[in-house]
Structures are given as structure tokens and as C-alpha cells.
Design a protein around this ligand. Sequence first.
Ligand code: UT7
Length: 335
Amino acid sequence: MELPKRSHILGAGFELPRTVVTNDELSAVLDTSDEWIHQRSGIRERRYVDDGEGSSALAERAARKAIAAAGLEPGDIDLLICATLSPDVDFPGNSSFIQQRLGLAGILAFDVRNQCSSFLYMLSVADQYVRTGGARHVLVIGSEVHSSGIEYADRSRHVTVLFGDGAGAVVVGASPDGERGLLTINLHCEGAYADKLCLLGPGSLRKPRLALDWTPADIYGWPQMDGRFVFRHAVKRMGECIEEALAVIGASKDDIRMLLPHQANLRINQLVAMGLRIDDERMANNIERYGNTTAATIPILLAETLDAGRIHDNDLVCLAAFGSGFTWAAALLRW
Ligand code: UT7
């Protein structure tokens, strides 16, 4: 069997909960305002699931759309990779639940845990499987239900206002012509700053021995972030990583036709784009409507941008992310 020279994204889909939560609605429960949130982050609103809905339910719906967009059936998938920092339960990982929901019993399925950079880490794994003949059609899913894992208290307002729920998925397979598809993907991790954006409990160091030991008032039960520190590193690292990826394929900043950056803060993306001399025409953002959906962000943005007809054949598309870990990554695809 001849191995594929290159992998490509064959289809993308996304799913967002119907309920819209505006900045004004959050301002009713937190000491914050639409003006502060929009000015500092670019966010106007985000989506929240109904009570009782978990991230595997959103993942299933996004996955079905991605499979259909690729012109495939669920039975054509032979590997499922998913990522979330808001799994349905602490263990097992969401891959088991999503595999079950899609009726894909027996196929290989596993979770990746790299927070906001997860999608690009998963894409790299999918690429390896496809190019080495380990899988033909890899389903890659990011899904998050943040709304049940953030603290609605003023001490967490700088975190809580940023996050929303959603899911995005793609199918990765052999490039149809062997030329278009994933050209390079650069992944990084710097554990020295793991404590700058993290959730300490329930981990093995912090897990209460009795459920009664742990009350919702404990800060280690909620995400913590040094926002300014994360912001500075995000701008620097995403810019650097994109330049590094361009150098690998011998392309220049001007060759990028569409930049799809992670959506943590519109100001971060504007600074990255400014450094690359990329104008609004060549960048997509949707943070205004959805906030930060972590592992789901890039596949949601990609699916939306494709649906809007903003990506054309032969465009050089750049995907870039930065997040907790710290982890960061950039990928270049010839569409
Ligand atoms: O996806 C993972 C990656 N995450 C990120 O990339 C997030 C990166 N960081 C950021 O996006 C920004 O740092 C934030 C949006 C989180 C915060 O913006 P900032 O401009 O860095 O604000 P700050 O944390 O320095 O806080 C400025 C002020 C403080 O008040 P004082 O000390 O000046 O009186 C905060 O207490 O804003 C206050 N503040 C708020 N005020 C109203 C913090 N959060 C809020 C809030 N509403 N939600």
C-alpha cells in the first residue's frame, strides 16, 4: 500500500448551545460590566449549555457535522481523538463517551490534554497516523462545557467572563491530491509556567480524601490565572511560532491568506496580527460571540470560516494557539 504523502482536513463542523449569555447578564451576578469585558477582551457574549448537558453531547453533534462535511459516514472513522478540560466526568476521558455516542464501538479512541493548544496537538497526532497508514479517517474533536466549571464570584471575575461552551470537530485523512493539506505543525510546551493558568483540584495532590473536606469556597476548585503574564506570553509565543512554521516551509508572512488564531482575547490576536502585518481581511475571529472555548476554539473558527467562504483553494491557512501549560503551536495548511 502506498502511504499518503500528506494529510488534510476533509471536513469540519461545530456545535454551540442555544443559550446566549451577554456581558450584561454576567454583570448582574459579578462585579463587572459590558464595557470592561468588551474593551479588555473583545467579548460581547458567550453560549452556555442547559443544566445536565456535558461536553461529550456537544462533541457528538459537532462530530456528526464534520463527518457529513467530509462526505463520510460515522462507520468510515477508524480513530477518534478528543480534547477537553471539562470532561463529562473526572475519568474515564470523553473519548469513551463520544465513541459510544457515535456508535463506533471497537475503534481506537483516546484523549489529549493540552488545553487551548489541544486541537493542534491532536492534528499533529492525526497527521502521523494518516501518513504512516495507521488510520484512514481520524475524527479530531475539541469540546468544552466551561459554564459548570467557572466560579461566579468576584475573585474569579477575570477568568469567568472569558469562557464559553462549544464544540468543534474535523476529519483528517489523506490529502486528495497529495499536495494540499498540512505542510508543517510546530508544537511547544514550557512547564515552568504551569501555575500561571491552572485548576488545582481535583488532582492527586489536592484531591480531598473525603468529599466533605472540599467545599465550593476553596479556590483550588476553580481555575486560576495570572492574566497579564499569560497575555504577554501569548502574544510573544504565537508570533514566534508562526514565524518558525513559515521558515520551515520557506514562506513569508505575506503568503498567509487566512490566520485563524485561538480566541482567548481579541487584543492578543490583534497584536499577533500586527507583528505579522496581517490585516482584518486575512484573519478570522469569533470571540465576540463565543468567548474562549479552549480546545473547541480552533475547529469552531475553522468550520465557521469555511462555511463563510473565506477560505479558497490553494490558500495558505495558518492555525495558531497558546494556552495553559504553557503550551503553544502553529500549523500551516495549503487548502
Ligand atoms: O486561553 C488561555 C489563555 N488565556 C489568555 O490568554 C488570557 C490572557 N489574559 C487576558 O486576556 C487579560 O489579562 C484579562 C482580560 C484576563 C484581564 O485584562 P487586564 O487588562 O490584564 O486586566 P488586569 O487583570 O490587569 O486587571 C485590571 C483591573 C484590576 O483592577 P485594579 O487592580 O486596576 O483596580 C482588576 O481587578 O481590572 C479589574 N478586573 C475587572 N474589572 C471588571 C479584572 N477582571 C475584571 C472584570 N470586570 N471581569
